[in-house]
Write a protein that binds this ligand. Structure first.
Ligand SMILES: Nc1ncnc2c1ncn2[C@@H]1O[C@H](COP(=O)(O)OP(=O)(O)OP(=O)(O)O)[C@@H](O)[C@H]1O
Ligand SMILES: [Mg+2]
Length: 351
């Protein structure tokens, strides 16, 4: 069912990501570590979960783990892996192998992630390979007290010594994930190790149109092509918003209401994310609002802030814009900034 708000779990439920699945397969054949990158609601988790539904592996949702306690520890990660006992049993019985996984019954405090990785590599030895996936891996920088360095050391160890393990990291704050991995820095544990990268882009207009058309057909609902075109014109190509529109339209088949409700839902979600951002610096939201309103160049954004009484020092504005790029809120092209997701831009304009 295309119009289902949860991340998809099966490949046949996923629309038009053949190229990404192929790239993922290729990357896993080539690199011990693969990144799946893309802005929020574009479909990263869906691709990952559908892949893991067909291939042996385990998934850790770092955003959720971090949200539970505000930090990440070795015990958190090991407990999370232990909670997947049922899944691991399913995998081993599906492939008719029996393995005695010691970490499953050990006290997390007394166990080490390196030992866990080694044991999972053993499953990989039996099955060809085993995937450990970390969804929203930029949160791993909150692991331990050294910005996640211990985990990078572990990843580097796995990269070099555990040939039957594959690591997949997804990230919606793309620059932050790159900063965390820090592969080009010779002081980083992962220095110099090539990684595969799959970038999940929003759909183009045509695919968005087909996506909605397919979704409505599947749900047995009538809607005119004009209305679908209009919806795509307003929502653009982030699948998460297209699905929301589809679900809302199916409720009472009223186009205007469905669009309004979609933006209301979007506003709720985006405002929540903006609040989170505001806690880091209230200036972020001001800058984003300026960009959404069309103040798209550096000097225009500076002037927008000045008119509003904020004489921001220029290096500070530079840093904040760089951070917004790293968090994938904005895109810079030819010294012009724009909001990465048009629905977010609409929400910012109407805030
Ligand atoms: N290719 C697709 N086909 C069908 N549905 C999709 C597709 N991509 C995304 N979706 C739907 O869009 C929504 C967002 O997808 P998903 O959660 O996988 O994205 P995400 O990139 O992981 O988002 P987030 O950054 O918020 O975690 C879900 O409702 C999902 O079902
Ligand atoms: Mg996700």
């Amino acid at each position: 069912m295309l119009f289902d708000l949860r991340p998809k779990r099966r490949r046949e439920e996923i629309f038009d990501r053949e190229k990404e699945f192929e790239e993922l397969e290729k990357s896993l054949n080539t690199y011990p570590l693969t990144l799946i990158l893309g802005i929020r609601r574009v479909g990263k988790s869906s691709i990952l979960q559908a892949y893991l539904n067909e291939n042996p592996g385990i998934l850790i949702d770092c955003r959720e783990l971090y949200a539970e306690s505000g930090h990440l520890t070795k015990e958190d990660l090991i407990k999370e892996l232990q909670s997947k006992a049922g899944l691991l049993e399913k995998i081993t019985s599906k492939f008719k192998i029996s393995l005695d996984l010691k970490f499953m019954t050990m006290e997390p405090r007394e166990s080490s992630l390196r030992e866990v990785f080694k044991e999972l590599n053993k499953i990989g030895e039996e099955l060809g390979r085993f995937v450990i996936a970390f969804d929203e891996a930029q949160y791993l920088r909150f692991y331990g007290s050294r910005g996640g360095k211990e985990l990078l050391t572990l990843f580097a160890y796995a990269y070099d010594n555990l040939p039957n393990l594959r690591l997949i990291l997804t990230g919606s704050e793309i620059g932050l994930l790159h900063d965390f991995l820090d592969i080009t820095n010779y002081e980083s544990p992962l220095y110099g190790r090539p990684v595969g990268e799959i970038i999940v882009e929003p759909f183009n207009r045509e695919t968005s149109f087909e996506f909605l058309k397919h979704g409505f057909k599947e749900a047995g609902a009538e809607i005119s092509e004009e209305e679908i075109k209009k919806a795509v014109g307003l929502l653009d190509g982030v699948p998460g918003w297209l699905v929301t529109f589809g679900v809302e339209y199916l409720k009472d088949k009223d186009f205007e209401k469905a669009i309004q409700r979609t933006f209301k839902i979007a506003r709720g979600l985006v405002i929540g994310e903006l609040k989170e951002l505001e806690r880091r610096s209230p200036r972020y939201v001001e800058i984003l609002t300026a960009i959404a309103l069309g103040y798209s160049r550096w000097s225009l954004i500076r002037d927008y802030l000045r008119v509003r009484g904020d004489r921001i020092p220029e290096p500070r504005l530079y840093t904040l814009l760089e951070n917004l790029k790293k968090m994938s809120w904005i895109i810079e092209e030819n010294e012009t900034y724009k909001i990465a997701d048009p629905v977010v831009a609409t929400v910012l304009r109407g805030k």
